[in-house]
Design a protein around this ligand. Sequence first.
Ligand SMILES: Cc1cc2nc3c(=O)[nH]c(=O)nc-3n(C[C@H](O)[C@H](O)[C@H](O)COP(=O)(O)OP(=O)(O)OC[C@H]3O[C@@H](n4cnc5c(N)ncnc54)[C@H](O)[C@@H]3O)c2cc1C
Length: 152
Amino acid sequence: MPGTGSSPRPAPTVLISGASIAGPALAYWLHRHGFVVTVVERAPELRTGGYKVDIRGAAIEAVERMGILEDIQRASTDMQTGAYVNGAGKRIATLPADIFGARLGRDDEIMRGDLARILYDRTRTDVEYVFGDSIASLTTVDEASRASRASR
Ligand SMILES: Cc1cc2nc3c(=O)[nH]c(=O)nc-3n(C[C@H](O)[C@H](O)[C@H](O)COP(=O)(O)OP(=O)(O)OC[C@H]3O[C@@H](n4cnc5c(N)ncnc54)[C@H](O)[C@@H]3O)c2cc1C
C-alpha cells in the first residue's frame, strides 16, 4: 500500500481444467472472490454438443446469484408435452411437460450447449480461457522461485 512500505499481496491464481459446465461455474465464483482464473480446455473450442439438461432446485438459486437466470429462461426448450410411443413408434399417450418431467415452479430445461455458452459468455471477460491445450505439469511458487534462483 502506498506509504506503508508493504506491497499488497498478489491475487491468488488458479488453473481450472475443463471449460464445460463445472469449470466456468467455478471460474465465475473464484473470480468473484478475488482469484485470477485461467481455464484450460483440451477441445479447440467451446463444446456445444449435448441434449437437454434440467435446471432445478438449488441450481435455480445458483444461476440467479450468477446473474444468468434470465439468459437461461430465454434459452429454455419450452417443452410443452411429452409423449409415450410403442415399439412401432405410434403415439399411445401424451402428457403436459410439467407432469411428464415432474417440473415444479421455476424449474427449467435447456440444451446443454446453451448452458455451456451462457456460462462461458458470463465469464469470458474476467477469466482467461485457453482452448486446445491441457495441463501437463504443475509447478509450485516455491519450485519456480528455486528454479529461477538456480538459473541466475
Ligand atoms: C460435449 C458434451 C455433451 C454432453 N451432453 C450431455 C447431455 O446431453 N446431457 C447430460 O445430462 N449431460 C451431458 N454431458 C455431461 C454434462 O455436461 C456433465 O455431466 C455435467 O454437466 C458436468 O459437467 P462437467 O463440467 O463437470 O464435466 P464435463 O461436461 O464432462 O466437461 C469436462 C470438460 O473438460 C474437458 N477436458 C477433459 N479432460 C481435459 C484435460 N485433460 N485438459 C483440459 N480439458 C479437459 C472436456 O473436453 C470437457 O469440456 C455432456 C458433456 C459434454 C462434454
